[in-house]
Design a protein around this ligand. Structure first.
Ligand code: SAM
Length: 303
């Protein structure tokens, strides 16, 4: 785009339109914020942030900086996972007095692998209005650029940090036919890839969406069996924010999986987890360890 065209954008009537939208009082505004590129904020979100009486946020320093980038300054209320219930009560009192309050997280959409859901629940239960302002979400951004052709996706979010629990969580996902969407904490991507490789078939396609919307954005797709080598080929890849997408269960694998699951369930009704896994391994020819983990997960659900 030429400079003349880009300066024309600033004059577009739609920019003024944001000011003429409805911004009701006594309302909690759920405002999605950028996941890296500060300009990925909607016009309506900016207008709402300019209007609200206060902003409830995960980290007051982060949100303070973000508001400064937009030329705004607002009273900030810390609302993180450890104080959501108490904060909800305070927000409800203020909303009942007719205030507009925004709820934001550090990045992306509040309530999606981020604090916010409890506050929204309490505000709704108090009969007050909750108005969502959509915007960036790392999961949707990654899916849109993945090229994985599947209308269904299964949002897993963060896996457990402990290896055993992580493996059980992954075993439970083996037969899911939808694209699996994982969030991974910075510095844990290697553990994540090793864990995926230990459970899923190496032929499944995996997509790494790293540092989305930021300077060093990378989106890489390869078979799972090649994933570790890709990460290790560049030291930078062991850091940064990642969304990992994994192709869902396909074709014959699905049927075999379902059959193994059926056999395990029958055996578990009669035997211990260990015996069931051992017998299922003999019957199906599948790995005993994987069946053992799956049997534990089934038992966990039944408990
Ligand atoms: N609420 C956010 C959303 O709507 O996507 C997610 C917040 S969650 C605490 C943070 C995780 O989201 C990161 O660990 C990473 O997995 C993913 N994420 C956030 N920003 C990202 C980015 N720019 N690129 C890739 N992944 C990102």
């Amino acid at each position: 785009m030429t400079e003349i065209q880009s300066s024309q954008i600033a004059q577009l009537p739609v920019i003024g339109e944001a000011a003429h939208q409805s911004y009701p009082t006594a309302t909690l505004y759920i405002v999605a914020t950028p996941i890296g590129n500060v300009t990925d904020i909607s016009l309506r979100a900016l207008q709402a942030l300019a209007l609200v009486d206060a902003v409830a946020c995960e980290d007051t320093r982060n949100t303070g900086h973000l508001l400064t980038r937009f030329g705004l300054s607002k009273p900030l209320i810390a609302a993180h996972q450890h104080n959501e219930r108490e904060v909800a009560d305070k927000l409800i009192t203020r909303l009942l007095a007719g205030e507009r309050i925004a709820l934001v997280s550090d990045a992306g959409t509040p309530g999606v692998s981020d604090p916010g859901a409890r506050i929204v629940d309490a505000v709704r239960a108090a009969g007050l209005r909750v108005l969502p302002l959509p915007g960036a979400s790392a999961a949707i951004t990654a899916l849109s650029a993945s090229g994985l052709v599947n209308d269904r996706f299964y949002f897993v979010g963060f896996l457990p940090a402990k290896a055993k629990q992580r493996e059980s969580a992954l075993q439970e996902l083996l037969a899911v036919p939808a694209t699996l969407v994982f969030y991974e904490a910075p510095h844990r991507i290697l553990d994540c890839v090793v864990a995926l490789g230990g459970v899923f078939e190496p032929t499944r396609q995996v997509v790494f969406a790293r540092e989305l919307t930021k300077l060093f954005e990378e989106i890489h797709r390869c078979p799972l069996g090649e994933a570790l080598a890709w990460i290790q080929a560049d030291a930078h890849r062991e850091k940064g924010e990642y969304v990992v997408l994994l192709e869902g269960a396909v074709g014959g694998g699905d049927a075999e999986e379902a059959e193994a699951e059926r056999i395990l369930n029958i055996l578990l009704a009669e035997c211990s987890v260990k015996q069931a896994a051992s017998l299922a391994a003999q019957i199906t020819g599948r790995k005993k360890n994987a069946l053992y983990e799956r049997a534990l997960a089934i038992k966990g659900h039944q408990a």
